[in-house]
Design a binder for this molecule. Structure first.
Ligand SMILES: [Zn+2]
Ligand SMILES: [Zn+2]
Length: 721
């Protein structure tokens, strides 16, 4: 090729053509550096005919500067990128940013300097130096990391370097990861498990696209089962990607993985250091990373040789990204498997209705694990009608559940209370004048967090200290907490069971992998009697001594009126109930509700999953909701309220008139103010076969908006705020 078309890493500019200088070799997918005005930019070489642009004469083309030393993006990945941009009405370059998500990785191998003790003592010893020498035995890391480790200043360590007590070591930051071994520790599978595992292993060997729905009750050992096809892919020298919803909980997963395969997998998530991401990205692109475990963003990485994807807890809504490219990793993962021709396993005890429907219509192969591993039985489930048997005044735990908690503590067994609300109380108001604390940037109440003494907005992260006096009427000591959050439930448990050891498990308390690992370890050695947690505790945990689960407010999720409210409530409660009785002792579950006859609550109590899914499927079908109809949202936002409203009206005014396509709005979004931006929303509802993306593109393409206005499209939205 002597001229090429590039997509370039600048959202404001479309594809550009360049000349390839003599002696340089590029191919489609090559990542290159090219001049743009006086600057240099990064671009990806793309097929010209797939990006129609007006052709520029050869004489006006500038030369590509350099081809970066990374493998070109494969054709299958480029097709996936195009599909994603097209389906989610996003820009190709925005998808490309998710693929090339480590700028540092694009440069060649580099080293960094780490330090370690030499064994010689400094001529002059100070208390600080003594502390450092003591703390850094057998450690090797950067000065900054060592300083943190020893709790001394960087200066102390630099002094030790000057005195020859610490020496520099050059380290290749792309050093290889430890190798996993497919046969490190072969587990003993039950007959049910073995049958399913064999089916998956055959599919990996066949190297064909094969989508599976692994539908297994909680505690049936899904992880052990899908580890077998992982092993098969490893034996075949192919890479594996395991997508997990909550990175906070991966620590327990990583340990199981290491026990099975003898080494940890490569981890990928947004919280990693730049050097870790760089190392992982390069290992993934070169094919040296054998198994990658990651959050949804791991899906778009340029795997050299992928042979299997597993999406664990595939029903989880955290696979849907709600900003930037609004993709659903579960759905895009299936497309990736299709483009690259390998099997994909969607694993869940409570599959999304969309996935079940795909299995019904024969597109996914459904494989079931109907019983718990090792003969454990499913827990018994009972509802507590809060209208008939309410808790004491000012309390939230009903008498029956209180008794059950006491009983478990006496027996030395563990209990789990579930409430999907972080903090102490969801609303704080003034007893004197009724003033409510609201976020300045969002249409949301501030949530009191008593442990950390702050009022926080869960949407934008704004925090303030609770004031001594009411900001409205000036009355002192007049603020009251309304409603319960997990911290308040923990307080109540402490009053009921003064001797119990209580742990609050939320994204506030388990906000690092270390804290999550510590929590799991504590629970496993029975150093915790009662766990009070949010949706974070609904998945992944396996505590054999946990025999009681109490759902504090099963009605909470049903309130928002969102189309998946019933499904989500079912999934959350079924998942948290599934934590009970996973060992030899049977489990018991109490669901507190004011609406015991609601179909979803009744189905939970009866343990009748099919009844719930059948009723919910019919409700969706008659409402034209997914998976039978389609929704898309157009969100218009601006820091200026009038501007947002005007732009939304302009869009509404040019709405296309298409048969069987219903367009609602514009109307203020349920979150009318979010992170300082005023928001208006239009909703599109159409039959499944409608080309919603084309309709939206044609509609919005001709419109111009002021600079401050942002128009974003959400195809198959999960969040309706
Ligand atoms: Zn007041
Ligand atoms: Zn806010």
């Amino acid at each position: 090729m002597n001229r090429v078309r590039l997509i370039i890493f600048n959202a404001a500019i479309g594809p550009l053509d360049y000349k390839v200088p003599d002696g340089m070799t590029v191919e489609h997918g090559s990542i290159v550096v090219a001049p743009l005005g006086p600057r240099q930019i990064i671009g990806i070489v793309w097929e010209e005919d797939r990006l129609p642009e007006e052709s520029v004469p050869d004489s006006r083309l500038r030369n590509i500067i350099e081809v970066l030393p990374v493998p070109p993006l494969k054709g299958e990945l480029r097709r996936l990128m195009e599909w994603t941009a097209d389906y989610y009405c996003a820009r190709l370059i925005s998808v490309a940013r998710m693929v090339v998500s480590s700028g540092g990785a694009l440069r060649g191998p580099i080293t960094m300097t780490e330090y370690r003790l030499t064994g010689t003592e400094p001529e002059r010893m100070t208390p600080q130096r003594a502390v450092a020498l003591d703390a850094l035995q057998n450690e090797q890391a950067t000065i900054r990391e060592l300083a943190e480790l020893a709790s001394v200043s960087d200066g102390v360590l630099r002094g030790l370097v000057n005195h020859g007590a610490l020496e520099p070591v050059e380290v290749d930051i792309d050093r290889p990861y430890p190798r996993t071994n497919a046969d490190h520790d072969q587990p003993k599978l039950s007959d049910d498990q073995k049958k399913v595992a064999d089916r998956f292993v055959d599919a990996v060997k066949a190297r064909e696209f094969a989508p599976f729905l692994l539908d297994g009750v909680t505690g049936s050992g899904k992880t052990e089962v899908y580890f077998e096809p992982v092993a098969a892919a490893l034996r075949d020298n192919r890479q594996v990607l395991v997508l997990l919803p909550e990175i906070a909980l991966t620590e327990a997963f990583l340990r199981r993985f290491e026990d099975r395969f003898g080494a940890a997998p490569v981890v990928w998530h947004s919280g990693q250091k730049a050097t870790e991401r760089r190392r992982a990205w390069r290992a993934i692109a070169s094919g040296k990373a054998q198994v990658v475990v990651g959050a949804r963003s791991a899906l778009f990485l340029p795997y050299a040789n992928l042979g299997l994807i597993v999406v664990d807890e595939a029903h989880e809504i955290s696979f849907k990204q709600d900003d930037g490219v609004r993709y659903n990793a579960r759905d895009v993962a299936v497309m990736r498997a299709r483009f690259e021709k390998f099997p994909i396993i969607l694993a869940s005890a409570t599959p999304a209705l969309e996935s079940l429907q795909m299995a019904e219509s024969g597109i996914y192969e459904r494989v079931e694990l109907p019983s718990r591993f090792g003969g454990a039985t499913l827990p018994s489930i009972a509802t507590i009608n809060l209208t008939e048997n309410p808790p004491e005044r000012g309390r939230w735990i009903a008498p029956e559940l209180v008794e059950a908690l006491k009983d478990r503590l006496e027996k030395g067994e563990q209990s789990l209370l579930f409430l999907n609300r972080r903090g102490y109380a969801p609303l704080t108001l003034c007893r004197n004048c009724g003033f409510r604390f609201q976020c300045n940037n969002c249409s949301a109440w501030l949530v009191e967090h008593r442990f950390s003494r702050r009022l926080a907005c869960h949407h934008c992260g704004h925090e303030e200290e609770p004031p001594e006096t009411c900001p409205e009427c000036g009355e002192p000591d007049c603020l009251v907490a309304c409603g319960p959050g997990v911290e308040r439930i923990a307080d109540e448990v402490a009053e009921i069971l003064p001797d119990a050891r209580i742990a609050v498990a939320t994204s506030d308390t388990l906000n690092t992998p270390e804290k999550a690992a510590d929590f799991v370890a504590q629970a496993e050695v029975k150093a915790i009697d009662v766990i009070v947690g949010t949706q974070l505790v609904t998945k992944g945990f396996h505590f054999p001594e946990l025999t009681l689960v109490g759902v504090i407010d099963a009605d909470l999720g049903l309130e928002g009126g969102d189309l998946r409210a019933a499904e989500r409530t079912y999934q959350q409660v079924a998942q948290v109930a599934g934590r009970a009785g996973r060992g030899s002792k049977p489990g018991e579950v109490f669901i507190q509700t004011r609406h015991p006859t609601e179909p979803v609550i009744a189905a939970l109590e009866a343990g009748d999953r099919d009844a719930f899914y059948t009723a919910e499927t019919e409700a969706r079908r008659s409402a034209g909701a997914p998976p039978f109809g389609r929704w898309a949202a157009i969100i218009v936002s601006s820091e200026d309220e009038a501007e947002a409203k005007e732009a939304a009206r302009a869009i509404g005014g040019t709405r296309p008139n298409i048969q069987d396509v219903m367009i609602l709005g514009p109307a203020p979004a349920p979150m009318a103010l979010l992170r300082g931006r005023y928001r208006y929303r239009l909703l599109i509802n159409a039959r499944r076969s409608a080309q919603v993306q084309d309709i939206i593109r044609n509609w919005l393409d001709g419109l111009d908006f002021p600079r401050g206005v942002r128009v974003s499209v959400d195809v198959d939205p999960y969040s309706f705020v």
